[in-house]
Design a protein around this ligand. Structure first.
Ligand SMILES: NC(=O)c1ccc[n+]([C@@H]2O[C@H](COP(=O)([O-])OP(=O)(O)OC[C@H]3O[C@@H](n4cnc5c(N)ncnc54)[C@H](OP(=O)(O)O)[C@@H]3O)[C@@H](O)[C@H]2O)c1
Length: 215
């Protein structure tokens, strides 16, 4: 599978690209700058020499990819996604964004009129098959090395087949179990967990993750 990352030069995009490259996928890092995309692609390729990793501008990456992962900050979605509408079309798109901001140093969640970052992305890319996933997976943990993550990924989508595909993709990352989180509208709760985790990480000086018990 060829997986493209919009804003893939940041820690989350590079981390997921690294893990998917380890799982045997071709990855395409997107950026506003081709040079930054190529530099990030080199960083991933150095860690996974057998993988095919390329760096392209966001629109080219979106066009080239079979599955598109959105890894721009939530605040950048509204200005970034409309220009990619045609390149993305009806593809499978994964929203990783969390509408997080710091309120006097404390992690907090922005009010999103659409309900969640994933639903805003769906509104901006109406033809895309939108799936919310990976919002609780910290970039530092992803980049740590080829170590099992031992975490659950909660996957939310309205299209059953798209959800199934992303759940299968997530489980290709070592130590990940995918959990069906329901419709895309439930992404707001998953995104909120990350705000909580950021606070927990600060308090316990750790990289906390999510495990759902009883399923
Ligand atoms: N970091 C984490 O641990 C973590 C965990 C869970 C979820 N997430 C989510 O994953 C996404 C990426 O996180 P991150 O920490 O990697 O973010 P980031 O480093 O702040 O941004 C990622 C990339 O987005 C591009 N970008 C930044 N501002 C932009 C703008 N105004 N317009 C267009 N592109 C812009 C930049 O790429 P170019 O300059 O190369 O274009 C940047 O390298 C976020 O939505 C975040 O909520 C992050």
């Amino acid at each position: 599978m060829r997986i493209g990352f919009i804003g893939g030069t940041g820690p989350e995009g590079k981390g997921l690209a690294y893990r998917f490259a380890l799982a045997g996928h071709e990855v395409v890092i997107g950026s506003r700058s081709r040079e930054r995309a190529e530099a990030a692609a080199r960083e991933v390729a150095e860690r996974v020499p057998k993988a095919t990793v390329r760096g392209l501008e966001n629109a080219e990456a979106a066009r080239d990819a079979e599955v598109v992962v959105l890894t721009v900050p939530f605040a950048a979605q509204a200005e970034t996604l409309p220009a990619l509408r045609e390149a993305i079309g009806g593809k499978l798109v994964i929203s990783t964004a969390v509408p997080l901001f710091f309120d006097g140093g404390r992690p907090a969640m922005s009010a999103v009129p659409e309900g969640s970052a994933a639903e805003q992305a769906q509104a901006l890319l109406p033809s895309a098959r939108m799936v919310g996933a990976f919002q609780n997976l910290g970039a530092a943990k992803l980049w740590e090395g080829d170590v099992p993550l031992e975490q659950d990924i909660i996957v939310c989508a309205d299209a059953a087949e798209a959800k199934r595909q992303v759940m299968a993709l997530a489980e290709e990352i070592r130590g990940v179990r995918a959990v069906d989180g329901g419709p895309l509208a439930s992404s707001r709760y998953v995104e909120g967990i990350t705000v909580l985790l950021v606070g927990i990480n600060r308090k316990y000086k750790t990289l906390a993750g999510v495990r759902i018990v009883g399923v």
